[in-house]
Design a protein around this ligand. Structure first.
Ligand code: PLP
Length: 412
């Protein structure tokens, strides 16, 4: 049924939204409409409370005993088990550590060791840059035999042969929000004898993922986007249980050792996913991520996805009606689209800045995309309506057409 496009109808949707209570769990700055939860999630009040507790009580008073008394040492596996529920993994297949970039390096290098005699890593050249750069860096380190090969996920079969070690794609594209068919692509990769690696940064917490259902080998993903773990929150790493015994990662640090506190002079990897850990976990960031993930898990990924699809569809419809100068560059089918929407416009950067001046925070992605993220856990339908009205004012009044909005900041 066609939905009514009026503010009253949007306010009525908020009244029926079973997720609306989670809005109160977040610090929402007055007057701001935040459409950037896909880059950095908002602050849950519980994280601010937890931050004080972990800093003042645990670090402040219990000091080093906290590693045991407050379970700091268990954080990487404990949070991993909580994230596992959101991505179709078992609780012993996910660990939280390092950044997405570092974790990708570890899984790519593990894949290389698991496929001796093969020399090619496949990715798409419009993948998130770090995914390309890390594969490039690993190939350079391994020597002239190793090569990066670019292929689009839609035509992966053209790039597969007996020299391919692994294929590394993002599940949800960071620009277009296009969702890849994880199960079908993984099956093709396996048929060629290679391993499938997925970056879930723009999926986790917004789009359901079934890693084991799709028989994925390795995955990585972000803690600071839809999981709301805070700026620079640690990332996660998934490895299918069947690979645990044979996988060897090159950043063989002491906390991935079988017995770190034996302080042996030779490396013996821990059993299971713990061998993917390298060094000391950033405890404060980890504690915040643990608190934030609990909120997402409680809300439930299916409910979040249903609201997200509804909201991105409404956003697309409203922008088409109110801002015809913005050209949709995301899939029109909600089932093929993640939780953000991008629009192309030659003045995309200035538009994002002018919108920000009106209190609506989105982001810009080169070369000319306005990217608007929907974080269904805390965004209201009324805000969505109001954001598009402000965008309309920016477009109709050419508010973006000012020099001050063209000055590029370091972070866009
Ligand atoms: C798909 C994707 N991968 C990785 C990252 C970031 O990786 P890192 O945690 O190493 O900064 C991002 C950040 O936006 C991303 O969108």
């Amino acid at each position: 049924m066609k939905q009514q496009l009026t503010r009253e109808a949007f306010v009525a949707k908020d009244a029926c939204d079973t997720l609306c209570k989670y809005r109160d769990a977040f610090l929402i700055p007055d007057g701001m409409i935040y459409l950037d939860g896909n880059s950095l999630g908002m602050l849950p009040h519980a994280c601010a409370v937890r931050a004080r507790q972990v800093v003042e009580e645990e670090w402040g008073r219990t000091l080093i005993s906290s590693w045991n008394e407050h379970g700091w040492i268990d954080l990487p596996l404990r949070i991993g088990a909580k994230i596992a529920v959101l991505i179709g993994a078992d609780s012993d297949e996910v660990v939280v550590c390092d950044s997405v970039s570092v974790n990708l390096f570890k899984v790519l290098a593990s894949a290389v060791a698991m496929r001796p005699g093969r020399h090619v890593i496949v990715t798409n050249d419009d993948n998130f840059p770090t995914d390309v750069y890390i594969a490039e860096g690993l190939c350079a380190l391994l020597g002239a035999n190793y090569k990066l090969r670019f292929a689009s996920p839609a035509h992966i079969e053209r790039a597969l042969d007996h020299d391919v070690v692994a294929v590394s794609f993002s599940h949800v594209d960071y620009k277009s929000a296009r969702i890849e068919d994880m199960a079908a692509i993984t099956a093709k990769v396996h048929a060629a004898g290679a391993l499938a690696i997925w970056d879930l940064s723009h999926s986790v917490g917004a789009v359901p993922v079934d890693l084991n259902g799709a028989r994925v080998d390795f995955a990585v993903g972000c803690g600071y986007k839809y999981l709301n773990g805070g700026p620079g929150a640690p990332a996660f790493l998934f490895a299918a249980r069947g690979h645990h015994a044979q996988m060897r990662q090159p950043l063989s640090g002491w906390l991935g050792h079988a017995a770190p506190f034996a302080f042996g002079s030779r490396y013996t990897p821990a059993a299971g996913i713990a061998r993917m850990i390298t060094g000391t976990p950033p405890v404060v960031s980890m504690a915040l991520l643990e608190t934030a993930v609990a909120l997402v898990a409680e809300a439930g990924i299916e409910r979040l996805r249903a609201k997200s699809k509804d909201m991105t569809s409404l956003l697309i419809e409203l922008v088409a009606r109110e801002c015809p100068g913005l050209e949709l560059a995301s899939p029109t089918d909600p089932n093929a689209r993640g939780s953000h929407v991008i629009f192309a416009h030659p003045e995309g950067y200035a538009i994002v800045q002018a919108l920000k001046a009106r209190g609506v925070i989105g982001d810009f992605r080169a070369p000319h995309f306005v990217r608007l993220g929907i974080a269904p856990l805390y965004l209201s339908y009324a805000e969505l309506w109001d954001a598009v009205q402000r965008l309309k004012q920016v477009m109709d009044g050419r508010e973006w057409d000012q020099d001050r909005f063209r000055v590029r900041a370091a972070v866009t």
